[in-house]
Write a new protein. Structure first.
Length: 156
């Protein structure tokens, strides 16, 4: 006779899968809550015998469920905090960024913005070394305006 219930074992396994999946899926804690409930119910069903010596103690079940709950609250709290922070990559980062013109040009040319070389477009002619500011991102071309007339390095 097998002392363990397949139902309890399956619920505990599902609980572990749900708790790990909470980290990777944006469910705002729903998977973690389901995992904790599945763990508690699975732990109660796990031992399929009436002898008390073989049972799982309530303090152990509640302690492990509490640890899982703290883990879920911490993970969901960190995710919510990260969602409220401003975006720091991609097109949102480029708007308003400053850079430096790489060569003299009128209309379109090249500049370094945030350490990367970009094709830039300007209504005013620009010279090498001038500081620019990004006003708009149009695909892989940045619309820029002059930030200051002082070159930051010599053009010799």
């Amino acid at each position: 006779m097998f002392l363990y219930s397949y139902t309890g074992l399956g619920l505990v396994a599902i609980a572990m899968v749900f708790l790990v999946a909470e980290v990777f899926a944006p469910t705002s804690g729903a998977l973690a809550f389901g995992g904790i409930v599945a763990f508690v119910v699975g732990a109660l069903f796990l031992v399929d015998i009436d002898i008390r010596v073989y049972g799982i103690s309530w303090p152990l079940i509640l302690t492990l469920a509490g640890v899982g709950l703290l883990y879920a609250l911490l993970a969901v709290g960190m995710a919510m905090k990260a969602r409220r922070r401003p975006v720091v990559t991609g097109q949102e980062q480029l708007a308003g960024a400053s850079g430096e013109v790489l060569a003299n040009f009128t209309g379109e040319g090249w500049a370094t913005v945030l350490g990367e070389t970009w094709r830039v477009r300007s209504a005013a002619p620009l010279t090498q070394g001038q500081r620019i500011r990004v006003t708009h991102v149009d695909g892989l071309t940045l619309d820029v305006e002059l930030q200051s007339n002082q070159p930051i390095r010599s053009t010799s």
